[in-house]
Design a binder for this molecule. Structure first.
Ligand code: ZN
Length: 521
């Protein structure tokens, strides 16, 4: 059976071969195949590397990978599409088969809107939430996630759930005491950020037990690579809200980080949403700007971009730097002040009822209150109890104009949501990507561009394109069966029939938080 797979899977294949040999010896008569083969018939294959769809196709999946793709008119398999005897059959007539989506910017360690202390205080709600969150990403078609700031322990916890999307992580190389380390209390922040950067002249004031030599760009990259990271995330942020003077790395530090990362085969993502930060990223040679451009000195007065923005965006286009608009980040702050969010039936599809109810409690409103007071204070409120909704119309207009300009000029836009970008419940898992797609449409990005951003472009940016991103022989069987063509409409991602992860077929309806008989209600 392994012979049918034209490409030997890299890791785990030997273990699998040994395991199946053992099985043949002792119990073949009693058990089904380890990973059931799958055949999808009469389906229209839409894959981002091809300009036209493959009609009336048969796609065969063997041991979790695509083994054959063929149609009546063309055949691109090394084997004829013979249906394996015990294969699961999916009838694809009238449906579209596309690669599973990739969100190249998520944060999975916390439950959105909950602090660690609140999670400990509400173990039942937390358990239900943690069981549902991976399913919610799958529900909206995301079969691969990249956690941009993680480490092996948090990844291990995430991967203890099933089913989950394929998940990879970047190590977070924050400058010591800079953004976003500044949010964690001292000294806990130093152990929470194992890949922090220390610049040479800071050595004198180091906390006990921390050695600068273990936090050079080279040492940090070596450690995260050994820990299994596939990318590096770093930051250029002087602060926002009440904070404006956080330390930022020197250009030579980030150039050295990029050099070490590239030598190790890891792309570098930079948190950058200000004009100064994006310019810094272009000057230091990072691979991806992990936010859109919204924090600009001269805000555009109309729909257009300012000359200063154009200078930055033209460099993004010329250097083919990856650029994640993450527009929904800004809406996720504003929407905390919209009470309708918690009664939106779409929210009930991705989060357990107990968590939604908790968000509505006075305790669950904590971040709303912090943000509302901060905004009120900065706008000169007189009373301590006054709260003000942040008005982000100007940065939203800027990032939409910038995104539209880049889409028009065929820049390397990548799909990433930054879910959740803050402790806000208005960036919910899975649903946030659906909302981001609509923000991209509003900015002038086409459904075909969104499809490519969330599949092949993301796969290439993460160097995962040998594994995922297209419907091609040898790739992981991470696939979606849809009722509509996603190159025509993003509505297709709410018309998912089946989500296939590594060859395992899941009914979309069974992934919903409010599915019948759900114990997470
Ligand atoms: Zn982020």
């Amino acid at each position: 059976m392994l012979l049918m797979n034209p490409r030997t899977p890299k890791s785990g294949s030997l273990r699998f071969a040994a395991l199946s040999a053992l099985w043949v010896g002792c119990a073949l008569w009693a058990v089904p195949a380890l990973a059931q083969d799958l055949v999808i018939e009469h389906v229209t294959v839409v894959s981002p590397e091809k300009s036209t769809a493959l009609q009336n196709a048969t796609v065969t999946v063997h041991v979790g990978r695509i083994a054959a793709v063929s149609s009546a008119s063309s055949r691109s398999g090394t084997h004829p599409p013979v249906r394996p005897r015990e294969a699961q059959l999916l009838e694809g007539r009238g449906l579209y088969l596309v690669p599973g989506l990739i969100d190249s910017h998520v944060h999975l360690s916390s439950i959105p809107g909950m602090t660690d202390e609140q999670e400990l205080a509400h173990p039942d709600i937390a358990r239900a939430a943690r069981a549902q969150i991976p399913r919610s990403y799958l529900y909206f078609g995301f079969t691969t996630l990249i956690d941009l700031i993680s480490a092996p322990e948090a990844m291990g916890r995430w991967k203890s759930q099933s089913p989950i999307p394929d998940t990879y992580f970047c190590g977070g190389a924050a400058l010591i005491d800079g953004y976003p380390m500044n949010y964690a209390p001292k000294p806990a922040r130093y152990s929470a950020w194992p890949y922090m950067l220390i610049e040479q002249q800071a050595t004198a004031a180091l906390p006990p037990g921390i050695k600068a030599s273990e936090h050079s760009p080279q040492a940090v990259v070596a450690r995260m690579k050994a820990d299994g990271a596939i990318c590096v995330k770093t930051f250029f942020e002087r602060g926002f809200g009440g904070v404006h003077d956080l330390p930022v790395p020197k250009p030579e530090t980030i150039r050295a980080l990029v050099e070490a990362a590239h030598a190790a085969g890891l792309p570098v993502f930079l948190h950058a949403n200000a004009d100064e930060a994006q310019t810094f990223g272009l000057d230091t040679g990072v691979d991806v700007l992990a936010h859109g451009l919204w924090n600009v000195k001269d805000m555009p007065s109309s729909d257009g971009i300012t000359p200063q923005m154009k200078t930055i965006l033209d460099r993004v286009i010329a250097a083919k730097v990856g650029w994640q608009p993450t527009i929904q980040v800004l809406y996720g702050l504003q929407d905390l002040f919209d009470p309708r969010i918690l009664s939106d039936p779409m929210l009930a599809r991705v989060l357990p009822r107990s968590l939604i109810d908790w968000y509505g409690s006075s305790e669950g409103q904590w971040f709303h209150d912090v943000l509302g007071k901060e905004v009120a204070e900065s706008s000169g409120a007189k009373s301590h109890s006054e709260m003000t909704r942040p008005d982000l119309a100007a940065p939203i207009a800027a990032v939409k104009a910038a995104t539209g300009y880049l889409a028009q000029h065929r820049a390397r836009l990548l799909f990433g949501t930054d879910t959740p970008s803050a402790p806000t419940y208005a960036n919910p898992p899975g649903l946030n990507a659906w909302l981001e797609m609509h923000r991209l449409l509003e900015a002038g990005v086409t459904p075909a561009q969104i499809f490519e951003m969330a599949t092949l472009r993301n796969a290439r940016a993460l160097k995962l394109d040998q594994e995922i991103g297209t419907v091609e022989i040898g790739k992981r069987a991470d696939l979606l069966l849809l009722r509509a063509d996603p190159r025509q409409t993003v509505q297709a991602y709410d018309e998912i029939v089946k989500v296939i992860v590594g060859g395992r077929v899941l009914d979309r309806a069974e992934l919903a938080a409010d599915r019948a008989g759900s114990s997470t209600q």
